[in-house]
Design a protein around this ligand. Structure first.
Ligand SMILES: [Fe+2]
Ligand SMILES: [Fe+2]
Length: 266
């Protein structure tokens, strides 16, 4: 089976590029599952129920998020209502309770017996210090595998490439793929590790590439120069997309191939 995964989709240029990309890549690759990181869908900050529903109507199976999960207040309750919208697993449990969950098992629309588990964890290097993403993911994956689920993709939402690469090796052989998100910059290190786990440090942004990670470059430069609070706006203009197509042996859960794609939509 094939899994098509997009990283952080940034504001309207990202949503427009994503729609074009899905139409094109679905014809070429015939993916059984499409996953999108949607933490920047709403003007760069978070996600709204309306935007999530729009993406689901395009045939997207799971939307992951990250540190921007809570940026839109109206979406907090929606994280509990929508099975296929994830927040990082390693926010932990206990009181006060955090809305939503960090794992979902989805079935293929045409072949319901074909299932994929998607897990989202967030890194701790240069990020908020949540529970350990390594231990949280390891425990969740062990639980999934004990239930007979072996087709498993993890979105590791993190800043540091070292943390994401270490995680990929830590999970090698236990999951089908780990796809890095959050940096918005695609890395050229896609590979299938020795025990059958596909990995890429960051799949990159879908949004306006003539920007600083999706935002208007003039505003970001000004913020660096002045160190004063500066309201950030999404860049405008033609967008592009970054994604990976991962081929998995559905009987074993082992990845066979990972293909990296980056294209500017003119
Ligand atoms: Fe992001
Ligand atoms: Fe992020």
């Amino acid at each position: 089976m094939k899994i098509l995964m997009f990283g952080d989709v940034f504001a309207k240029p990202g949503r427009d590029a994503l729609k074009l990309a899905i139409e094109k890549l679905r014809r070429i690759h015939l993916p059984e599952f499409i996953i999108v990181n949607g933490e920047n869908l709403a003007h760069g900050k978070g996600i709204t129920p309306k935007l999530a529903e729009e993406l689901f109507s395009w045939g997207i199976d799971v939307i992951t998020t990250g540190n921007h999960a809570w940026d839109q207040n109206e979406s907090h309750a929606y994280f509990d209502q929508c099975e296929r919208l994830l927040r990082p697993l390693n926010y932990g449990s206990g009181e006060p309770r955090i809305p939503g969950k960090g794992v979902v098992i989805v079935a293929n629309r045409d072949r319901p017996s074909l299932k994929l588990a998607v897990v989202l964890v967030m890194g701790r290097v240069f990020m908020d210090p949540l529970d350990c993403p390594f231990r949280a993911a390891d425990a969740e994956v062990a639980r999934l595998r004990s239930q007979g689920v072996h087709n498993i993709l993890v979105d590791f939402h993190g800043e540091a490439s070292s943390e994401k690469q270490a995680f990929a090796h830590f999970m090698n052989g236990k999951i089908s793929a780990v796809v890095g998100t959050h940096s918005h910059v695609q890395t050229a290190d896609e590979r299938v590790l020795s025990e059958g786990t596909a990995a890429i440090t960051d799949v990159g942004m879908t949004g306006c590439f003539d920007s600083v990670i999706g935002a208007k470059k003039e505003l970001i430069i000004r913020r660096f120069l002045t160190k004063m609070p500066t309201k950030i706006e999404p860049a405008e203009g033609p967008g592009g997309y970054g994604c990976v197509v991962i081929t998995v042996d559905e009987k074993t859960g082992r990845a066979q191939n990972i293909e990296r794609i980056r294209e500017v939509v003119i």
